[in-house]
Write a protein that binds this ligand. Structure first.
Ligand code: T4K
Length: 432
């Protein structure tokens, strides 16, 4: 049964025990012992089907199916449904924040939060983030001013933020990249002193903490993503959380075209609503949230053990004193020490059908329209340039097994042990 038939089959709700569906990716037991075994040089790929970064975690299928049946039974599919409102309550509770406004995705959540906060002119953002952070500003004709990161935590460098503030600056958007928090204290100080709005793109950081307090109640507002690829998904979905009741109310109106009652809008709005099936998925997955995190944590530790001590490869560290969702397994490849480049390693893994990703290469400033609009920005972003050229994100989550990780790490270690030979073969057989 192929991938698509498998999914279609799963959606025939009620006809089978949905918890017993096979996982999509299958593992073939083909360990590599020499570089000639590598698929890139003619060997058989280690995996029969692609091993993706971002395969969704899926909670109890029967509970999800029951919720979907209930939605169909009640014929209430979207627009202020009870599952969406229950999802909001649960998110606010977990994030320790007063108000949660669920959205159809985090990009629209960012756009609405930016608008409701009254941002305009220039807003300082990292370039080392998913393109949606920058697009949410540019879409509203606000200039994203790209700021460099601190190479230690891959988040905004507060000292550089200060240097970029001008009379046109109205706000700062910090991104808790990989779920690891920004230097929130320092950014809050700067925002308060300079009277700027502070928004956090917390797309990666649901379930994470900063100095023991859950991410969600910092700054003026924070935005979570529940996209399919996030450790906690509602298929598509997002949420803006805040302790500011007025801001929450403005965002609720904006989410529903600005309607204040039937036949009346008092301000502009858009359609940012989360539908009931997505909310049901989110609620169902929330019931398995601790399981998802422990699976991710176990995988992360296995990667850490299996790659330990390998020169040139360092695994991104999560602070064990904080709560983390461990949803990204990120390695930094130092070409000089490893003997192979990040891109060569990625090509090798892709040939094995391990679809490792170069998140967030090459940085927003090198993607259009920003590359053309702000052509000089690379000069002031040296850490963004070098970090984005080194990172590689590896598969994790419920769809990945310890055997797959062993196999994958075995390939990486074998490549590193034979780096000189591998480089030579690249030159001979795969000239650039
Ligand atoms: N801010 C930040 C910092 C973000 O990282 C993101 C999104 C946002 C804001 C905006 O949030 P949303 O508006 O999306 O809620 C993905 C996701 O689409 C995106 O949500 C995410 N960040 C970003 C880091 O990654 P792509 O282009 O890599 O996604 P895609 O669809 O290629 O998925 C990656 C892999 O996952 C696929 O190769 C296969 C696998 N996959 C994907 C889906 C959708 C599955 O196995 N099943 C699936 O259903 O951007």
């Amino acid at each position: 049964m192929d991938h698509r038939t498998d999914r279609a089959f799963a959606l025939k709700l009620g006809e089978l025990d949905l918890n017993r569906m096979p996982t999509v990716t299958q593992h073939r037991d083909s360990l590599k012992t020499t570089i000639e075994d590598l698929a890139i040089f003619g060997g058989t790929p280690a995996f029969e089907t692609p091993l993706h970064v971002g395969q969704p975690n899926i909670g109890d299928r029967n509970k999800f199916a029951a919720r979907v049946n209930d939605i169909l039974e009640r014929r209430w599919l979207t627009n202020g449904g009870s599952y969406a409102s229950e999802f909001e309550d649960r998110i606010a509770e977990i994030a320790g924040v007063a108000h949660c406004v669920v959205m159809c995705n985090a990009t629209v959540g960012l756009e609405i939060a930016i608008r409701a906060l009254g941002l305009k002119g220039e807003v300082i953002v990292p370039s080392f983030t998913f393109i949606a952070t920058a697009h949410a500003l540019q879409w509203q004709e606000i200039t994203p001013v790209f700021c460099d990161i601190d190479p230690k935590n891959h988040c905004l460098d507060p000292a550089k933020v200060e240097e970029l503030i001008t009379p046109s600056t109205t706000g700062i958007i910090g991104v808790h990249l990989w779920g690891r928090p920004c230097d929130i204290d320092r950014l809050m100080e700067i925002a308060t002193q300079r009277r700027l709005k502070l928004l956090f793109d917390s797309a990666h950081a649901f379930g994470c903490s900063y100095k023991g307090r859950m991410i969600g109640s910092f700054g003026n507002a924070e935005v979570f993503s529940f996209h399919a690829t996030k450790f906690l998904n509602s298929m598509e979905g997002g949420a803006v959380v805040t302790n500011d009741a007025n801001l929450a109310q403005r965002m609720r109106l904006m989410r529903n075209f600005g309607f204040t009652q039937y036949d009346q809008t008092d301000s502009i709005g858009v359609n940012g609503k989360l539908n009931e099936v997505s909310a049901a998925m989110g609620l169902t997955n929330l019931e398995s949230m601790t399981d998802f995190i422990s699976i991710n944590r176990r995988h992360y530790k296995q990667y850490r053990n299996e790659l330990a001590g390998r020169p040139g490869i360092s695994l991104l560290h999560y602070d064990e004193r904080e709560r983390s969702n461990y949803q990204y397994v990120v390695v930094e490849v130092d070409e000089e020490k490893a003997g192979v480049s990040r891109d060569q390693l990625m090509q090798i893994l892709h040939a094995e059908r391990v679809l490792a990703r170069r998140y967030f290469y090459p940085g927003c400033h090198r993607m259009e329209p920003y590359r053309t609009l702000y052509a000089d920005s690379s000069l002031s972003l040296p850490h963004t340039e070098s970090v984005s050229a080194r990172v590689l994100t590896l598969p994790t989550g419920e769809a990945v097994t310890p055997e797959m990780i062993s196999n994958l790490c075995g390939i990486i270690c074998m490549v590193l042990d034979n780096a000189t030979e591998v480089r030579k073969l690249f030159k001979e057989r795969l000239p650039a």
